[in-house]
Design a protein around this ligand. Structure first.
Ligand code: 5AD
Ligand code: FES
Length: 358
């Protein structure tokens, strides 16, 4: 077995030099993916955790240069789901067996903290046995605390890149890596299970950016690490930049599994959008989560982060059945329960008032 894969398998560590060498040199895919899959099976067996994704607004006040729903894209057709629509997505998901709901949206000022808390409390009341995950961007610590008190227990916020210079090239002045990190550490301190991550092959990314991404994740120790290939969107300032590479992205999934054996690592939609078997390949490279779309079919194509996003057509009404077949065919088993990760959460205990729901 190659020396670096062997070391990763045994110690889950690489020095900076080794990490850069691992990224720069071709690695034998079979060996790499087998090592990652073996390690995943050691902790998680053949389980693949499902989380139901509800994309509830594509309004966004930000202008990230890579993203199709950026405020500066006048061609994006905007939508918001009503509270009733969100609750009905959850109810439908619940009847299909989902026990975790991920509410994701652009940074949409229409949803004040009061509105978010009302939605979270309503879901918690309707489905007391479910976990509620938010993915609505950068907020103050006070806001994060309010969402937690309303019943949210997980938060997804990719750091996107841990290299400050690279961060500047992907985002306008109004956004900073410093604030992004502040958000992630606040979320952890409050007691959320945190998910972070980055795009692979985003414009101007170097192997050293990826090295810094790994080091940042080692510091943060998130419960979930979400990554996927960057995919060009024609109505962004990066329209002329190439998309990321599928095989290099799979290599990163395997590296993450080997360095973070207990992490929840989703086989993200971006993998599925790059290749018909992309998500299955990501599972075989070490992934152990999938997030099928529960949004109403009519709005799915509007949550247009990047081009050719899958599960946006009429065929998508039955994502769960489709995914079940895919996951089983890849040799894994679906788990729809709350599916806690093995990574312990930060110090904070849930507050007494909602303890009973845990
Ligand atoms: N290609 C791939 N992923 C993207 N995201 C946003 N735009 C793109 C793109 N063009 C990712 C970001 C964000 C997540 C919701 O989607 O990493 O955090
Ligand atoms: Fe959505 Fe297959 S998972 S259509």
């Amino acid at each position: 077995m190659s020396e670096l894969i062997e070391k990763l398998k045994n110690t889950h560590q690489l020095t900076d030099d080794e990490l850069l060498r691992f990224l720069a040199e071709p690695q034998p895919e079979d060996e790499l993916f087998a090592a990652a899959d073996e390690l995943r099976r050691e902790f998680y067996g053949d389980a693949v955790y499902l989380r139901g994704l509800i994309e509830f607004t594509n309004y966004c006040k930000n202008n990230c240069y890579y993203c199709g729903i950026r405020a500066g894209n006048p061609h994006a057709e905007r939508y918001r789901l009503t509270d009733a629509q969100i609750l009905s997505c959850c109810a439908e998901g619940y009847s299909l067996g989902y026990r975790t709901f991920v509410l994701q949206g652009g940074e949409d000022p229409y949803y004040t903290d009061d509105k978010i808390c009302a939605i979270v409390s309503a879901i918690a009341k309707q489905h007391p046995d479910c976990r509620i995950t938010l993915s609505i961007g950068e907020k103050s610590r006070e806001s994060y605390q309010r969402y937690y008190d309303a019943g949210a227990r997980r938060y997804l916020l990719r750091h996107e890149t841990a290299d400050p210079t690279h961060y500047r090239r992907l985002h306008p002045e109004s956004l900073s890596l410093e604030n992004r990190k502040r958000c992630l550490f606040d979320l952890k301190a409050i007691g959320y299970q945190v998910g972070s991550g980055f795009m692979i092959g985003s414009p101007y990314q170097t192997n050293d950016c990826l090295r810094q991404d790994i080091r940042f994740l080692q510091e943060l120790q998130p419960a979930m690490i979400g990554v996927g290939p960057y995919i060009t969107h024609s109505e962004t300032p990066f329209a002329d930049q190439p998309s990321g590479d599928l095989h290099f992205s799979l290599k990163i999934i395997a590296l993450l599994r080997l360095m973070f054996p207990k992490a929840l690592i989703p086989a993200t939609t971006a993998f599925g959008s790059m290749h018909p078997q992309g998500r299955e390949l990501a599972l075989k490279a070490g992934g152990n989560v999938m997030m099928p779309n529960l949004s109403p079919t009519a709005v799915r194509k509007l949550y247009d982060l990047y081009e050719n996003k899958i599960c946006t057509g009429e065929e998508a009404t039955q994502c769960k059945g489709c995914l079940e077949r895919r996951i089983q065919a890849a040799g894994y088993r679906i788990v729809t329960d709350v599916g806690d990760s093995l990574v312990p959460t930060a110090a904070a205990e849930p507050c007494g008032a909602i303890r009973g729901k845990e």
